[in-house]
Design a protein around this ligand. Structure first.
Ligand SMILES: [Ca+2]
Length: 462
């Protein structure tokens, strides 16, 4: 071969062989946050940082969790498997005891040369998975001094039961410095500033707006309590709406207004407090996102914002996520920015699921496809949010932590839920955004119901 030809051949081969630098991952999680960001179209929201982030990536408007409770939802997402497969149907189950050989999402990155670090709540509180994280990445966060706080409506901690401690509103002095929630962001920022020889997977998990709703005073002052209208089906205590099966609303609240009625005045206050918690999370997420940009890491880092499930905020007297197989409980905020992949400021209306994140992160970073996962790689939607996509989302609830006592399927048009032994719910969320009208017995929708019921039967057979 003549030297000129050899040079041309090498020029063709070498770039293909050169190792492409791997992208970092910054995964920001929120706890109990319904999709009520400004970018979701919620006009009362005060979420400038996440709105700006959404304007730089792809916002999913129909993203759904697999179980409306922390541990089952997070376990499903972090293992890429449906809750029925994980067997984790309650907050006390530990997936690692059930599946010692499974490889979690961060662990998959760790196995492929990434530093994997966490700050805040990633797995459920009290259930961490040391195998998922790089050794040394879990040094404890030191809290020097907590900010002064005011509890409402109960005056102090003395004599309060665990439930009562959860059932109140916390107003912080200053900007919350010294509170663990700010510490979650501080630690993420410190991690980003440190020099890393390897690509990183940093999970940054905030615990707001989980009860008790907590935020610095300034975030409350963005609104008056009455700025937030009560839901049209507001009730002082959990109330099964007319035309719905009994199992659709649990008889008692799990997070707020536990064992007591909600007055309209308190309801306005708590709704405001919940959104103040969202705004504080937005502020902390903004600090981390700004640091990523300032350090010049944004061009080489995939960023995802997600919450573990939604929330019912007084609808039918329900103040919790637990048991909610409505849009309010199953829908989650999801924003993805992948440099070189996602267009800026696009909205995706495809139905996607939390458990799709594992294979998606993996594909975006050029890792091999993980085995055993049940989600789908969302890359086609990230490249073109209008790509054809016709996969339903499934969300289940279990009252006893052992079997599904409700199974819900979401398609582009419908939400359909079956509660064995109690009945079914068919909702048209676009026409009925407050989820007031159960269409399950509408004779004109008999075929629709049969088709959706067949999807649930197929899913239940997994
Ligand atoms: Ca949660």
């Amino acid at each position: 071969m003549r030297p000129k030809h050899l040079f041309l051949l090498l020029a063709l081969i070498l770039p293909a062989r050169a190792e492409k630098p791997r992208q970092n991952v910054l995964f920001i999680l929120a706890d109990d946050m319904k999709a009520s960001l400004g970018c979701n179209g919620f006009e009362l929201a005060h979420t400038p940082n996440l709105d700006r982030f959404a304007a730089s990536g792809v916002l999913f408007q129909r993203a759904y969790c697999q179980f409306p409770l922390c541990n089952p939802s997070r376990t499903s997402m972090l293992t890429g498997r449906y809750p029925k497969t994980t067997g984790v149907l309650g907050n006390r189950d530990e997936f690692r005891k059930l599946h010692p050989d499974w490889i979690t999402l961060p662990q998959w990155f760790k196995q492929h040369g990434y530093i994997t670090a966490e700050t805040g709540k990633i797995f459920h509180g009290g259930i961490d998975d040391p195998a998922s994280w790089t050794e040394g990445a879990m040094e404890g966060l030191k809290i020097e001094k907590r900010p002064r706080q005011t509890a409402w409506p109960l005056p102090g901690d003395e004599g309060m039961s665990k439930d009562q401690k959860s059932d109140r509103v916390i107003v912080l002095d200053g900007n919350g410095d010294g509170h663990p929630e700010n510490g979650v962001a501080d630690r993420a920022i410190a991690f980003l500033r440190a020099k890393h020889e390897q690509p990183f997977f940093l999970a940054c998990g905030f615990v707001q707006p989980h009860s008790p709703p907590t935020a610095p005073r300034s975030f409350f002052e963005a609104w008056k309590p009455e700025d937030f209208p009560l839901p049209p089906d507001f009730a002082p205590r959990p109330t099964v709406p007319s035309g719905f099966p009994k199992a659709a609303i649990r008889p008692s609240n799990a997070d707020l207004f536990i064992g007591r009625d909600a007055s309209e005045k308190e309801a306005h206050e708590v709704i405001r407090a919940y959104h103040a918690g969202i705004s504080w999370t937005d502020w902390n997420a903004g600090r981390v996102l700004d640091e990523l940009t300032k350090l010049g890491l944004a061009e080489n880092t995939i960023v995802v914002f997600w919450s573990d499930h939604g929330y019912q905020l007084g609808e039918n007297g329900k103040w919790s996520k637990a048991g909610s197989l409505f849009e309010a409980g199953a829908r989650v905020p999801l924003i993805v920015r992948a440099p070189g992949v996602t267009p800026a400021g696009k909205t995706c209306d495809a139905v996607v699921q939390s458990l799709d994140l594992y294979p998606t992160f993996s594909a975006l970073c050029g890792l091999p496809a993980p085995s055993g996962v049940e989600g789908r790689d969302l890359s086609p939607l990230l490249k073109d949010p209008a790509s054809p996509w016709d996969h339903p989302a499934f969300t289940i609830w279990s009252e006893d932590g052992k079997t599904a006592t409700g199974t819900s399927v979401r398609t582009a048009k419908w939400r359909y839920t079956e509660y064995p032994g109690s009945g079914a719910v068919l909702l048209d969320p676009a026409a009925d955004p407050h989820e007031l009208k159960n269409l399950a017995e509408d004779p004109s929708l008999k075929d629709v119901r049969a088709e959706l019921s067949a999807k649930i039967a197929g899913f239940s057979g997994k």
